[in-house]
Design a protein. Structure first.
Length: 246
């Protein structure tokens, strides 16, 4: 009796799966037409093609910027009855040497968010290999990370993006350490000059009470002094001084 009941349940599950696929497939032609219209209405997506099977859209073709590839997928996802998007678009952009591209991106990211209170407390680094940009580091919240990703996606020469940046947990305890560490460093008569160029501050990353210093300083004495000032802040569990002597 139990075996009979189990077989009935399995049969119903198979029937529901087949029905769901049939329902998805019912809209394929409609989706195909809508996707094609939306893509070809955008000048930068003229070379993008789409196929649809069981509600899943597969995008192929070429675009000039990585951001265009993302935009194509967004347009497809917004269409009714689309259950998924497979983005196989190739970014066919001007070839830029990796070292040149990395230098350009590093400068752009250094000046991003200048003037915002969180600027000193984010550290986002880039690594470029064969046009693929990998972002690493830590961000206090989503906004600086989203801003960095947008800059990279719109830069000619970028063919793909890997995001390995950690968004730090919300913590009043860490916020307090960030502010007090910044005061300890920048109120020092020798280190205060690093605040004069807001694009290249001594970056202070705090994660669950652990402090890490990033950036570049002019000499070994400044690196040592920054570490001493950070270590003098009560409440932090450790200080990792990763400042580079430039």
């Amino acid at each position: 009796m139990k075996k009979h009941g189990l077989a009935l349940i399995m049969a119903l599950l198979v029937l529901l799966s087949v029905t769901a696929l049939a329902d998805n497939g019912r809209y394929d032609q409609q989706i195909q037409q809508t996707v094609g219209t939306k893509l070809h209405d955008a000048k930068q997506l003229q070379a993008v093609n789409a196929t649809v099977e069981d509600g899943i859209v597969t995008l192929t073709g070429t675009v000039g910027l990585y951001q265009d590839k993302l935009d194509a997928a967004k347009k497809a996802k917004k269409i009714s009855h689309v259950t998924g998007v497979r983005n196989d678009i190739t970014v066919s952009t001007a070839s830029v040497p990796d070292a040149q591209l990395q230098k350009k991106l590093s400068k752009q990211l250094a000046y991003d968010r200048v003037g915002y209170r969180d600027n000193t407390f984010n550290y986002i680094a880039t690594n470029v290999k064969d046009g693929v940009v990998t972002l690493t580091g830590d961000a206090v919240w989503d906004v600086p990370l989203d801003s960095a990703l947008a800059i990279v996606a719109r830069t000619p020469g970028v063919t793909d993006v890997v995001n390995d940046v950690k968004v730090l947990p919300v913590s009043n305890f860490d916020d307090s350490i960030r502010v007090r560490t910044a005061r300890a460093i920048y109120r020092d008569s020798e280190l205060g000059r690093y605040a004069s160029d807001p694009a290249h501050p001594i970056r202070i990353v705090v994660d669950n009470g652990h402090v890490t210093l990033y950036g570049s300083v002019e000499n070994t004495m400044d690196k040592t002094l920054a570490g001493i000032r950070a270590s003098s802040v009560p409440g932090s569990f450790s200080v990792d001084n990763k400042l580079v002597v430039d």
